[in-house]
Design a binder for this molecule. Structure first.
Ligand SMILES: C[S@@+](CC[C@H](N)C(=O)[O-])C[C@H]1O[C@@H](n2cnc3c(N)ncnc32)[C@H](O)[C@@H]1O
Length: 346
């Protein structure tokens, strides 16, 4: 019988060896043990937990299964299932970009101490479609949102600035830019419930999965009274005609939006027409401070300032990428979160 503990990972030679003609069941169990799950970004417990099987020799073990005719197994179906599982284990070891599609569960803390559970589908990644995966800064931001939304200054709908109308306020209008799989926007929707509506946006090729993820979580969204819509909003396209005052948004959210030299300008130029001019309007962002992209973070800061926005609150925190580095260690990522408001009423 194969068994492993977190303290004592197995050696590949502890797994059933092909020369022994192991049963299909034993091979399926061994391949399940070799499954690499994505990390959960933030928990050090997961980061220190090692693999069930030591990595040395695993690739050779998997390729030997794929290239074996497995002639001693009873059925073609069993052989196919084992080859497929071995191929999947092999692609998991080729990094996230080679991973098959998967559904992942995310827990979003609420201010009452309860946690909301979101299920997000992540299709297999292709090089250009970074929005098919959930990134570490959106995980951190989703866990911080309940605090951000409550800490002063309150994010309140512009319609409620008159105290006499605050009881009949219109819902806060929120927009997420580059929403990807939708973790931040869907968390915001569930946390805000009836008091906000949110429009989750991204490029055309990303939006179908985004809409799928909104549908996957419809039960939670209905329970909390949230209103979520999804659609295309390409930062490189200037809206025409420009949004009216009613069409602008009280809150704009963006997680991990800068990974090309053109992004700081595109993003700030998109915030400009879409952010409400109310004094409570806010932009909430979180992004990794990766060395290669620091100039873009600086440019984003500068351009936001030039637009008339200033940081209301900001901070740094560390998360862990959900895929391990080549040496098997967890990749710590420093992230910067920030909340911006107008320096003066525009
Ligand atoms: C690194 S991903 C982050 C996704 C998600 N916010 C997260 O943190 O998990 C960057 C996102 O920005 C989107 N994006 C890039 N360029 C864009 C553009 N010109 N217009 C709209 N979205 C864009 C990508 O499609 C992708 O979903």
């Amino acid at each position: 019988m194969i068994s492993a503990t977190a303290d004592e990972p197995l050696h590949v030679l502890d797994l059933p060896q092909l020369y022994e003609k192991p049963s299909g069941t034993d091979l399926v169990k061994a391949l399940a043990l070799l499954s690499l799950q994505p990390r959960t970004f933030g928990t050090s417990a997961d980061v220190v937990k090692g693999p069930a099987v030591q990595p040395a020799g695993v690739t050779r073990y998997l390729t030997s299964i794929i290239s074996s005719p497995l002639a001693w197994l009873e059925t073609d179906e069993l052989r196919e299932a084992i080859w497929d599982a071995a191929a999947a284990r092999l692609s998991e070891r080729s990094g996230r970009a080679a991973m098959p599609a998967m559904s992942r569960i995310f827990n979003v803390p609420t201010s009452s101490g309860e946690e909301y559970t979101l299920t997000l589908h992540e299709p297999s990644l292709t090089a250009d479609n970074l929005g098919m995966k959930t990134w570490v800064s959106s995980y951190l931001l989703s866990r911080r949102l309940h605090n951000l939304l409550e800490s002063p200054p309150q994010l309140v709908p512009t319609a409620s600035t008159d105290p006499s109308t605050s009881k009949t306020e219109t819902p806060l209008r929120a927009l997420e830019l580059g929403a990807g799989t939708g973790l931040v926007g869907l968390s915001f929707a569930a946390l805000q419930g009836k008091s906000a509506t949110i429009h989750l946006t991204d490029l055309p090729e990303i939006v179908p999965n985004l809409a799928h993820n909104a549908a996957l979580n419809v039960e939670l969204l209905n329970r909390t009274g949230a209103t979520v819509t999804t659609g295309v909003l390409d930062w490189s396209v200037t809206p025409s005609p420009l949004p009216s005052a009613e069409e602008r948004f009280d809150v704009i959210l963006a997680a991990d939006p800068l990974y090309s030299p053109s992004h700081p300008k595109l993003l700030v130029d998109t915030i400009a027409p879409w952010l409400s001019h109310g004094r409570d309007a806010r932009v909430v962002t979180e992004m990794p401070l990766r060395d290669a992209y620091l100039p873009q973070v600086q440019e984003f800061r500068r351009r936001m300032g030039e637009l008339g926005l200033a940081v209301v609150e900001e901070g740094e925190e560390v998360g862990y990428d959900d895929w391990e580095s080549a040496d098997g260690g967890a990749l710590a990522v420093k992230c910067w979160w920030s909340i911006w408001g107008w320096t003066e009423k525009v």
